[in-house]
Design a protein around this ligand. Structure first.
Ligand SMILES: [Zn+2]
Ligand SMILES: [Zn+2]
Length: 638
């Protein structure tokens, strides 16, 4: 007999092989109606999988997060059912649930077209209306071989089962799949879904194997959730930083330079430079000192730091310099450590805070490169704080203030995660525990809410991860603060204490924007290319309605420039409407239109981005003062 412990503390005895649905029914018929699956001893099972072990027993309904992936994976079966009805020749691969939905891989002669997807989706609705039960069967290897005789991909997978492994198949109506589950009870449970797009995908992700056709879909329990997700997808497409950067002339890549390496165009460089100028002033005010370190570094340094041992697959290959191996640096820390060690340090010198906009190079597989978001070379706004153990809490506090100030300037709300010891880690578990406790302590004392990211720490220490929330609710990697007890040990860092003896300092690594490339890419999407005034490459465009007012328009530009604004004169011989439309397309925050009346009154007719045709008449003096004030405060306008 198996013993099942229910959440309310009650227990149920059941013979081995009993079905979860029988247990759920014995708890209540209403619960059975709502049940999607169950969780037994941490494992999610469908209602028809025979119980083989006891333990904590929980019924999962639509309200439980786990149920969504059960629904989505079932959706993959339904998709395959529909595809096989319309294209009996399609060979089937795998169909897992993924974030927000599911996919299924098919081997077909011709790639699927958008029209195919429409037909598949319509067919899925029929399969759903037929409410086929997902029927589980546990079968022998020969029986399974027979069932999938026409599906070579399934046969390959079957060949990998060990003799004591249970082979299960699931049948919904005409379709049978090799699968261990879990699934929803029948196909009728899938209601709110949409097929999204197709993509080529190598069988088992192996580029030496054949290319399959992957169909992506999204699925939800509630109609509102599906609609909200589709809206988010549309918004994400509209905001794609690669397309916007092309339109706004911000950056490009070039096959001759190499993939994943960003060329910043003048307008993109303005955005970046504004961020760097802002941040430089900010951190100098927060007690940092600026340093510079070289891009290529002797490999010996990374032997000491442990990067070669722990991060080798992320590093570019070695180059030979006078018989010694050098590598592009993947991180700036070792260089900063060498500066620290260049002279004797006393407790009176601490904390020491070094900051650098340091270019680093990291190998990423070509398949994962994505615009400015995943690249092979990027600039980190990196800093390292060397301090005593006693100074750590105050330094973390100071860093939290710094991060908060910076994120408010860009208008990002954020959440914080505390990332703990990963599998591959330097240093003793005790040291890690102590470091994690220090970080948790500061957060708690500040009353700062945070989530745990178990195993998400860097290999040399635990960290605080700030996650930015953008305009459409997506989370981006923001500032990180890492506590490090390990590198000081490896490099033998020291300072002389008040007792005249040598002590080991603690090191903090921190970035605010992280990768400048990714941060700017994220900003482009957050603002949909419509940068706030202080970041906009072109801040004001002055447009004379006719040649007669060219001189006056030029004087407005001069006066704006004198106040530090990036103002341009658009005196092209195009129509006024054309020039205004062009300014709108280029997302210029302010357009100042001037004609006879304006020239006489020393005023402008102001068109504010996003305000449509509405015009505001104000004097040039008032306008320049307003622009100057908005720039000085880095106001998030218009
Ligand atoms: Zn399945
Ligand atoms: Zn570092």
């Amino acid at each position: 007999m198996l013993t099942l412990r229910l959440p309310d503390g009650a227990t149920r005895e059941a013979p081995e092989g009993a079905l979860p649905r029988e247990i759920v029914a014995s708890i209540g018929s209403r619960l059975l109606r709502d049940a999607i699956a169950v969780e037994v001893d941490g494992e999610v099972l469908d209602l028809t999988t025979p119980l083989r072990k006891g333990g904590a027993f929980r019924v999962l309904t639509e309200k439980d997060a786990e149920s969504l992936s059960v629904l989505r994976h079932s959706g993959a079966h339904i998709l395959a059912t529909a595809v096989r009805r319309l294209r009996p020749d399609a060979k089937i691969g795998f169909g897992p649930s993924i974030e927000d939905g599911f996919y299924y891989d098919f081997e077909v002669e011709e790639p699927f077209t958008p029209e195919d997807l429409e037909k598949f989706e319509a067919e899925m609705r029929k399969v759903i209306a037929e409410k086929f039960s997902f029927v589980r069967e546990e079968v022998s290897q020969p029986e399974a071989q027979k069932r999938f005789a026409d599906d070579p991909l399934k046969l390959e997978r079957l060949g990998e089962f060990s003799s004591d492994e249970i082979i299960s198949t699931y049948t919904d109506g005409p379709f049978v799949d090799l699968c261990r589950g879990p699934h929803v009870p029948d196909t009728g449970y899938l209601k709110h879904f949409k097929l999204l797009h197709t993509a080529g995908a190598y069988w088992r992700g192996d580029e030496r194997r054949q290319m399959l056709q992957r169909i992506y879909a999204t699925a939800w329990f509630r109609k509102e959730d599906l609609e909200a997700h589709l809206h988010r997808l549309e918004e994400a497409k509209r905001r794609d930083h690669r397309a916007l950067s092309q339109l706004l002339d911000l950056y490009s890549t070039d096959a001759r330079v190499g993939p994943g390496l960003i060329l910043w165009h003048p307008k993109g460089a303005i955005v970046r430079n504004e961020i760097e100028n802002y941040e430089r002033a900010l951190i100098l005010r927060h007690g940092y000192e600026l340093v510079y370190t070289p891009h290529i570094v002797s490999e010996k340094l990374f032997q000491i730091s442990g990067h070669l041992e722990n991060f080798k697959e992320g590093m570019f290959g070695a180059m030979d310099v006078d018989g010694a191996a050098y590598r592009p640096k993947p991180m700036n820390c070792p260089g900063h450590i060498c500066i620290y060690q260049s002279r004797q340090r006393s407790y009176r010198d601490l904390p020491i805070r070094y900051a650098e906009f340091g270019a680093v190079y990291r190998y990423e597989r070509s398949g994962v490169l994505h615009g400015m978001m995943r690249v092979r070379g990027f600039t980190q706004d990196d800093a390292h704080v060397f301090c005593t153990l006693e100074q750590v809490p105050a330094e973390i506090e100071r860093l939290m203030d710094l991060c908060d100030e910076m994120l408010r300037t860009f208008g990002y709300p954020y959440t914080i995660e505390l990332a703990t010891r990963p599998e591959k880690a330097l240093g003793s578990p005790e040291l890690w525990k102590q470091a994690e406790a220090t970080l948790a302590d500061v957060l708690t004392k500040r009353g700062q809410a945070y989530e745990m990211d178990e195993g998400g720490g860097a290999f040399y220490g635990p960290k605080l991860d700030f996650k930015l929330i953008d305009a459409i609710g997506r989370k981006w990697q923001g500032p990180t603060v890492q506590l490090d007890f390990n590198l000081p040990e490896r490099f033998g860092l020291e300072y002389t204490g008040a007792d005249n003896a040598a002590h080991r300092p603690i090191m903090l690594h921190r970035v605010l924007v992280g990768s400048m490339e990714r941060f700017v890419g994220g900003l482009i999407e957050h603002f949909a290319g419509a940068f706030p005034l202080w970041l906009a490459p072109e801040q004001v465009r002055v447009i004379p309605i006719a040649d007669d007012f060219r001189e006056f328009a030029a004087s407005v530009v001069r006066r704006l420039k004198a106040r530090g604004a990036r103002a341009h004169l658009d005196d092209r011989s195009e129509t006024l409407n054309y020039r205004i439309r062009d300014g709108e397309t280029m997302k210029v925050p302010y357009m100042a239109v001037v004609g006879k009346r304006e020239a006489e009154a020393d005023s402008i007719a102001l068109r504010v981005r996003g305000a449509g045709k509405k015009q505001e008449i104000l004097t040039v003096a008032d306008f320049t003062a307003r622009v100057e004030d908005e720039l000085a405060t880095r106001a998030l306008v218009p």
